[in-house]
Unconditional design. Structure first.
Length: 360
């Protein structure tokens, strides 16, 4: 079981790995990094090569078992940055629990399985393996991050040349289909839905979701990179996590409630991982929105900018992880939310929490 530390650093560009130099004086080498989770300043769409550049810069620096998850798009007030999850097996006896994480990869996802059951099942099995490695219950998991592949035009042409119909013939739509399959795999693995529900959801229904799933897709990989983050009573460190959801794109109340919970536990917010999307119904609280019909700017970019402002206000800076496209990641039009926070045992209002986020 691996306890973790969280280190967040702004970046000057997608290929900026200077965070490694900041870790060195702390005695932390690259081999201790479990995952690099970042926001890069591309368009977040199919041709966002900022993700590819970031992955190409970081992956040679990391150990073979580490993963990268780069989400493109820092519209509005969002700041390009990286979050490093660092293995830390030291124990602080002042705490009776702490944050843990495990990372892994699925096998390569064949193009014919992108957005389909094969991808969903691969993510399901990898998440289950990582949770088992951590030795925690599924209820102790607060975040599962997945970076998954998409279909390029070459992939689509190649499938049809072999007589196989792809999940869709639009590369941008393939991003959503891939996110959906990964998110349903997470929900299946955590026991939030059953197989029949997952099959129906994969076919297009939006009645199933996970508030702990965060999936993004890109052309820079052919497998799914998976990171599981949870709490355990078998490690002792000051980091904690809670999860909730935004019910729609301006559900500030849910974010403030999460911040209040952190404050009640004597903590300070270190990072938020939030999914955002344009409500597929075309309206929010009975008012029409135009995110889905804007021919100039993709809907995911609108959603990141809008939700990013709320999330940055809660944290107090723009180095927050807000990812667009929330298929089965929170309810339709809303999005999953995970808050990682740090508690100070010296504060009189501090108390540790159990896996449900309630006083222990």
């Amino acid at each position: 079981m691996t306890g973790v530390r969280l280190f967040t650093s702004p970046t000057a560009g997608p290929d900026d790995v200077s965070a490694l130099k900041l870790l060195s004086p702390k005695g932390i080498g690259a081999e201790k990094i479990l995952a690099v989770v970042g926001k890069t300043e591309g368009n977040g769409c199919v041709n966002d090569f900022s993700r590819t550049l970031a992955a190409a810069a970081w992956e040679p620096q990391l150990g073979a078992d580490a993963v990268t998850v780069f989400s493109g798009g820092t519209e509005g007030v969002l700041a390009p940055h990286v979050n490093l999850l660092i293995a830390d097996d030291t124990n602080d006896s002042r705490h009776d629990r702490g944050l843990v994480a495990a990372a892994g990869n699925t096998s390569p996802i064949p193009p014919e399985e992108v957005g389909r059951a094969g991808q969903m099942e691969a993510v399901r099995d990898t998440v289950a393996k990582l949770v088992a490695e951590l030795g925690i219950a599924s209820t102790d998991v607060h975040l599962v991050l997945v970076k998954c592949p998409l279909l390029t035009s070459t992939d689509i042409a190649g499938l049809r040349a072999r007589g196989i119909e792809p999940i869709c013939d639009d590369t941008y739509e393939s991003m959503a289909r891939s996110r959906a399959a990964s998110s349903l795999g997470i929900a299946l693995s955590l026991g939030e839905i059953d197989g029949d529900t997952a099959t129906a959801a994969l076919a297009g229904t939006r009645t199933a979701w996970s508030n702990r799933a965060s999936a993004s897709s890109g052309a820079e990989l052919d497998s799914c990179h998976v990171l599981v983050v949870g709490e355990s009573a078998h490690v002792s460190n000051p980091l904690r996590a809670l999860h909730t959801e935004m019910k729609d794109a301006y559900d500030l109340d849910s974010l403030m409630d999460a911040a209040s919970t952190v404050a009640e536990h004597g903590g300070r917010i270190r990072q938020l991982f939030v999914k955002a999307e344009a409500d597929p119904s075309g309206s929010i609280r009975n008012l029409r929105h135009t995110m889905l019909t804007d021919s100039d700017v993709n809907a995911t970019r609108h959603a990141r900018a809008a939700v990013g402002a709320l999330v940055a206000a809660i944290k107090g800076d723009g180095a927050v992880y807000v990812s667009g496209g929330a298929e089965h990641q929170g309810r339709p039009g809303g999005g999953s939310v995970t808050v990682i926070y740090e508690v100070d045992p010296a504060r009189p209002d501090h108390h540790d929490t159990d896996s449900e986020g309630t006083p222990s």
